[in-house]
Design a protein around this ligand. Sequence first.
Ligand code: DAH
Length: 342
Amino acid sequence: MKTQIEKIREEFLKQLALIKDNEELRELELKYLSRKGEFSEIMHGLKDVSIELRKELGELANTVKGEMQTKFEEVRHSLESFAKKSDFIDVTLPGEKIENGHIHPVTLVQNELEDLFTSLGFMIGDGPELESDYYNFTALNVPPLHPARDMQDTFYIESKNKEDQYDLVMRTQTSPVQIRLMQKYGAPLKAIIPGRCFRNEATDSRHEHTFYQVEGIMVGKDINFANLKSLLEIVGKKLFGANTELRMRPKFFPFVEPGNNGEYTCFLCQGKGCRVCKYTGWLEIVGAGLIHPDVLRAGGVDPEIYSGLAFGFGLNRLAMLKYNINDVRLFNSGDIKFLEQF
Ligand code: DAH
């Protein structure tokens, strides 16, 4: 019986060392220490032995049981305090910082223009970035071999457009979407077309191969130069403040007649002259004009009945002015330190 007690003790301690959770602990308690456990059986057995032996074995059994109980409590304790520790939240610790995304500065300016033009009843149009040579140039009054093609060197794709067998180009401007929208919706039509454009540029702080424009088109009966001027004035005041003035100077663009450059009072020096406006007091912002009759025709609109105006903003340039950015290449750099500032 003595060895039996020793064996129980040994076995108990071995199993106690392997305990991982409360469940296992409870099972062990049931098996060894409960009223129906192995120790109780030993105690029952004591009544069949001699008085002397009963005394000796009884004492031994009690000491061993006491020792087992203490060890058991120790393990129970450490399990409890471990559970407490892992539940504990220190509310005074500094929180984990959740990084916010940022809207790209070009998108900010685009959103501003979209808000303005939709409030004036313009729809927002879209067109392909990989464009047919016909839409990008020919339909806009720049036929093959026309010298105006030199103004916009681009990337040609080797394969041809499946539908019309024209060459494919990465569009150099958003202007081809003017034709696509006129063909789709006819006149009257009021739309702006924001989008990405591409040119074969030797890149530097002011030139980039990939950039953004917002095109505008308005076609209807009796659309005239006064409409164009007032529209561009509204845009200028919205972008650069209520005191902004507009001046329009002639400039050749093949798809408009007359064509011109819209310039706004430099908002940095209020027209006094500074480095940014090259001491002229004016910022060249927008190409514009009245749509050439050939371009209306290419869009399926009869120039005898309808006329139209068109304009094109360079979004990168607008964002550079607005946020005082000095290198156009930052826009496509993916530089987080740059983007986080907006
Ligand atoms: N597409 C021209 C460019 O990229 C900008 C432009 C000028 C657009 C005059 C127009 C316009 O619609 O009327 O340089």
